[in-house]
Design a protein around this ligand. Structure first.
Ligand code: AMO
Length: 430
């Protein structure tokens, strides 16, 4: 709202605070660019502005025209507006349903009001930068952006976490991942695929990192030599993302969220799952030694150990056991009990899963059957498996959860605060 002293301006925004005193009335008006103080010195009987200002309620939408005056004691930039005209465009009902002390569920119920606080909206500014940087890298690296269907005739990945929806006289499934379609794009000759789109998971999880609908960032790359090609693409992308976030938002993130933006060095540290497990056990995790996958506690601890040893916030964990990975992950020739896969952890949380895919039809069918899946041509995987029958290049890719990246970048307590309108097992509204 920066304006020259003595000029006449109109500010359009919300009533942020009201302080009506016997001699002077102060109204702080807020718009998306900031706040400005409007100062009216009361003129006694017949003062029309006085009446208008006394009728104002917090959060009303107003348009105020007046002269810009320098006043060094005003905290908001040493300027105030002396009003000449006040218009209440839309009055807010008195008694707002939320205030600074309101708990998280009630804040979600009134998300649009909660988001009027600028620090709560910062995440969407950062999100815009993150997506721009991702698209920038994807384009530079020769990717084609696709939009794959979210309504499917058969469940993608496993059937367990899928939402069923009525679809005329049959059932459709909401896509749990663009996995099969991005691989179909590789079969179609689109060598490098990039998608940002909605992902649906029917997981009854009530953690700070799970949503039933989230935005996924997916990449699939053809003609790779090893899974390392996918990992290095991902780290280049994340480095650019954090460079852009640092350039544009570091100060605000530090000020509003108390989090630091760290631009990561390349390459990120890499540990095989066996190495990671050994490190974790030495530090006291999973002493019974039964787990083949990392749990949230293991992820947190591993990141802490890596930060200490390598001074890095990221770590790739590679070569997960085949038992805990999907059938389509490729298994290395030197050890078929593991997969050419990875998870990327950042600040204690998994943000990405990726792998080189099994592109040989016979081997893929064998791995599906080994997992007890129906790999017959007429079965639910039939259309997917067809993609591997007529010349499929070696390929690999990853899926990244945008909400998790934003939650971690801003140090937010939950993914609920990192998305516009959260969807969880108990939340379909507003
Ligand atoms: P995965 O199931 O690990 O992999 O999902 C990829 C990434 O998506 C994010 N994510 C979630 N974010 C919010 N709420 C959830 N319920 C949720 N579930 C997952 C995580 C996760 O790392 N097809 C593979 C990817 C691939 O191999 O290309 C897949 O979907 O950040």
């Amino acid at each position: 709202m920066g304006s020259a002293v003595d000029s006449t301006v109109t500010v359009k925004g919300w009533v942020h605070t009201l302080r009506l005193q016997s001699r002077v009335q102060f109204v702080v008006v807020r718009d998306h660019t900031g706040m400005v103080q409007v100062t009216h010195r009361r003129g006694g009987d017949g003062d029309r502005l006085d009446e208008l200002l006394r009728g104002l309620t917090p959060e009303s939408a107003v348009e105020i025209t007046g002269k810009v005056v320098a006043n060094p004691i005003v905290k908001l930039g040493g300027l105030e507006i002396v009003p000449e005209r006040v218009e209440v465009v839309s009055a807010a009902e008195p008694g707002l349903p939320i205030d600074a002390g309101t708990g998280p569920e009630q804040r979600l119920n009134w998300r649009f009001l909660d988001l009027r606080r600028p620090e709560r909206r910062l995440v969407f500014e950062v999100q815009t930068t993150v997506e721009q940087a991702m698209r920038e890298v994807a384009a530079e690296e020769g990717c084609t952006e696709l939009h794959t269907p979210k309504l499917m005739g058969t469940p993608s990945e496993s059937g367990a976490e899928v939402f069923r929806v009525g679809y005329f006289d049959r059932t459709a499934y909401l896509a749990q991942s663009p996995q099969f379609y991005k691989q179909m794009a590789i079969a179609a000759g689109i060598d490098r695929v990039f998608e940002i789109g909605p992902v649906f998971r029917a997981e009854p999880s009530f953690t700070s990192r799970h949503a039933t609908e989230f935005t996924g960032v997916d990449v699939e790359l053809a003609w790779i030599d090893t899974v390392e090609d996918v990992m290095s693409f991902l780290e280049r992308m994340l480095r650019r993302v954090l460079e852009r976030v640092a350039e544009r938002h570091a100060e605000q993130i530090e000020q509003h969220a108390g989090a630091r933006v760290v631009v990561p060095e390349l390459p990120f540290p890499r540990l095989t799952m066996a190495q990671a497990t050994a490190k974790l056990r030495a530090a006291g995790w999973d002493q019974e030694g039964v787990r083949e996958d990392l749990d949230p506690e293991g992820e947190r601890l591993l990141c802490a150990l890596v930060a200490e040893e390598y001074g890095h916030e990221f770590v790739f964990v590679t070569r997960f056991p085949a038992s805990v990975r999907p059938f389509y992950h490729r298994r290395p020739a030197d050890d078929p009990s593991v997969t050419d896969s990875f998870d990327l952890l950042w600040r204690g949380v998994e943000i990405t899963t990726g792998a080189q895919r099994e592109h040989r039809h016979g081997q893929l069918v064998a791995q599906a059957r080994e997992k007890g899946m129906d790999a017959s041509p007429e079965g639910p995987l039939g259309r997917y498996l067809d993609c591997f029958r007529y010349g499929m290049p070696p390929h690999g890719g990853f899926g990244l959860g945008l909400g998790r990246v934003l939650m971690l970048a801003l140090g937010l307590p939950s993914i609920r605060d990192a998305v516009f309108l959260f969807r969880g097992p108990n939340r379909l509204e507003p």
